[in-house]
Design a binder for this molecule. Structure first.
Ligand code: KIV
Length: 248
């Protein structure tokens, strides 16, 4: 399993880092078999696995069940536990919750934005932290691209540098202009992982359900559907129904 230092070494050598979300045992096994560098147990599981509209609907109870399942399925992969809304409200609470992710087998945690005093506290306790800048789904008013104005771009860049200086080994850059993603990637020591951050970030992450085509809804403009598992699944279920009806 890659350590934060080994992931940072990839930035230095120019090797791209692959990250995918996964939420359960079976898909974590597939991701590990495919050789992904990192699995993010994202709070996007609120949408993809539980059918909620907002990621704010899940807490640590749900996140830990899924995180533990992923760690069982991918014991040799760097798994990141995503701190759900409210779980990092104070530095002490954030540390308790980060520890719970590490205790079920995660290698690091991710959190959105720059909650006051939290990253400092976690880093002082040696918790490996992946930051998250740009579009922050837990608090965003809409899902439009962020950092389009000079002012917004400067704020995102400042937040990225701030978390870099605090010692985050990695940061997700979500739905920002390519130019901003490229600039931040050049300026920080942390590994930048884009999801709609342009081609030039140090690595990329996609939500598994978009990448594997596990739903028949719209995917974000920056995502790619690599296979159509929704169609395959419906086809498989249809064959099953037919075989039951045929008495086989
Ligand atoms: O929860 C999640 O899946 C995420 C990704 C969009 C980076 O945070």
């Amino acid at each position: 399993m890659l350590t934060p230092e080994q992931i940072k070494a990839k930035k230095i050598s120019g090797e791209k880092v692959s990250m995918i979300t996964a939420y359960d045992f079976a898909f974590a096994r597939m991701a590990e078999a495919a050789g992904v560098d990192q699995i993010l147990v994202g709070d996007s599981l609120a949408n993809t696995m539980l059918g909620f509209k907002s990621t704010r609907e899940v807490g640590m109870t749900e996140m830990l069940i899924f995180a533990a399942a992923v760690c069982r399925g991918a014991p040799n992969t760097h798994v990141i536990g995503d701190m759900p809304f409210g779980s990092d409200a104070t530095p002490e609470l954030a540390y308790d919750n980060a520890r719970r992710f590490l205790d079920v087998g995660c290698s690091s945690i991710k959190l959105e934005g720059t909650p006051k005093g939290v990253i400092e506290f976690l880093r002082n306790k040696d918790v490996p932290v992946c930051a998250h800048h740009g579009l922050l789904p837990q608090t965003a008013e809409n899902f439009k691209q962020k950092g389009k104005t000079d002012e917004e771009a400067a704020a995102i860049e400042a937040a990225a540098k701030y978390t870099d200086n605090l010692g985050c080994f990695e940061m997700v850059l979500e739905h920002i202009p390519e130019e901003l993603g490229t600039r931040i990637t050049r300026e920080v020591n942390a590994v930048t992982i884009g999801i709609g951050g342009g081609k030039f970030t140090d690595g990329h992450v996609l939500v598994m359900h978009d990448a594997l085509g596990m739903h028949n809804g719209r995917i974000p403009p920056f995502a790619t559907k690599f296979v159509d598992m929704y169609a395959l699944g419906v086809e498989g279920f249809k064959k099953y129904v037919e075989s039951v009806k045929a008495g086989l």
